[in-house]
Design a protein around this ligand. Structure first.
Ligand code: NAG
Ligand code: NAG
Length: 374
């Protein structure tokens, strides 16, 4: 989707490739320990530097080693829409701290989020980014905090403060869903919503498929945890609409959709930027909620992708209404998420093949480039 997510996926891919390489070469327990320590060292370098030099800013600027606040630096365009003056990196890191076993750091981080982060700010943010990183980060943090408290491993003082914050940000995203299609606006003003004169947004006509189709996990979790059904209903309706707009003979969806009338604005269909996480959320939506509607939709799209987009060894975009003709002759780096999704589905052989291809590309360039072609 955007460069942060892309960078994270790239890091994940590289880490997995390192791991697979190590495993296939017969990894020794000592090497395993070294790799584990390397990962922890890299994480603590990044997180520690953010906390030392940037917090409470949203991001650390790696060259100047200063914090990046929304509007305080020269604009980078859409990329800046993920910054909301809400200590983005800290919130985004919460559950990682627990996964890595750093419970004391987690406890400190949660306290800082509770004390320092506010959302009543006159700032226009990306609905997609704020959902996956801020709402998702708060909910992930809440779930692990409640777990640690229950098993008495920490957080004994915790009293659902992160969930209260999650509901606050969730409510600030809701105005974006006020369209006839139920497909959300791409941006919302955290303080003024969409309608009011002050909001400086609400004029957009279209959004990407992933932007509309990557809400259900966080919004359903928020509804189930708070008992307020509105969030799940909104996300469910957006998913419903995307499904209805699929091409009825190819079963593919396009990349950009008009949020008011549902027409496809870009009819190219693939698995990379602009669509990627729609598929991910269909399958994970089924896993989280147990609703087979999501599984059936995922399987239908999956079969269509394997029939048309999969052009072994590459995955290439096609026209959704004319799926035997290509719209692009290169793959973007976001494709790296696909084999992981295939493993989750249980389709191991094609996952290994695409992984091998990405591994070869990474070997050749020492990194996974933003786009690659044969
Ligand atoms: C974000 O915070 C910085 C530093 O406090 C401030 O200069 C800037 O005006 C804030 N931006 C918004 C949109 O509130
Ligand atoms: C939804 O939009 C309509 C018209 O665009 C507006 O009149 C109404 O107040 C909005 N509702 C909310 C909850 O924002």
């Amino acid at each position: 989707m955007d460069s942060d997510v892309a960078a994270r996926r790239m890091l994940q891919t590289i880490f997995i490739l390192l791991l697979i390489h190590a495993i296939s070469c017969g990894i020794q327990p000592s090497e395993k320990r070294e790799l584990k320590e390397k990962v922890l060292e890299m994480f603590n370098h990044a997180y520690g530097s953010y906390m030392d030099h940037a917090f409470p800013a949203d991001e650390l600027m790696p060259l100047s080693c200063k914090g990046r606040y929304r509007g305080s630096e020269q604009s980078r365009g859409d990329v800046d829409d993920s910054l909301g003056n809400f200590s983005l990196t800290l919130i985004d890191t919460l559950d990682t701290l627990v996964v890595l076993g750093q419970i004391d750091d987690f406890e400190d981080a949660v306290k800082l989020v509770i004390q320092e982060v506010t959302f009543d700010t006159d700032v226009v943010v990306s609905v997609f980014e704020t959902n996956i990183r801020v709402l998702g980060g708060l909910l992930g943090g809440h779930v692990v905090a409640a777990y640690l408290k229950r098993v008495k491993k920490g957080m004994l003082w915790y009293n659902n403060e992160l969930l209260v914050k999650a509901k606050d940000i969730g409510e600030r995203l809701l105005p974006a869903f006020n369209t006839t299609t139920g497909i959300p606006y791409p941006r919302v003003n955290l303080k003024y919503g969409l309608c009011k004169v002050n909001s400086r947004t609400g004029v957009e006509k279209d959004t990407c498929t992933a932007c509309a189709g990557t809400m259900i996990l966080e919004f359903a979790a928020l509804s189930r945890l708070t008992g307020d059904p509105i969030f799940e209903e909104k996300a469910h309706k957006a998913m419903e609409f995307l499904w209805k707009q699929r091409h009825r003979s190819s079963d593919l969806v396009g990349t950009v959709i008009n949020i008011h009338n549902g027409d496809w604005v870009r009819r190219d269909s693939g698995i990379g930027a602009g669509i990627d996480s729609y598929y991910e959320y269909l399958l994970k939506g089924y896993i989280l909620l147990g609703d087979e509607t999501y599984l059936n939709r995922f399987n239908t799209h999956y079969d269509a992708i394997m029939r048309y987009v999969n052009q072994g060894p590459l995955m290439l975009d096609v026209h959704m209404h004319k799926p035997t003709s290509n719209t692009r002759h290169f793959m973007d780096a976001l494709t790296a998420f696909w084999p992981g999704l295939q493993v989750l589905k249980g389709d191991i052989k094609p996952a290994i093949e695409i992984h091998e291809l990405l591994y070869q590309i990474t070997q050749r360039h020492n990194f996974l480039p933003e786009v690659s072609s044969d």
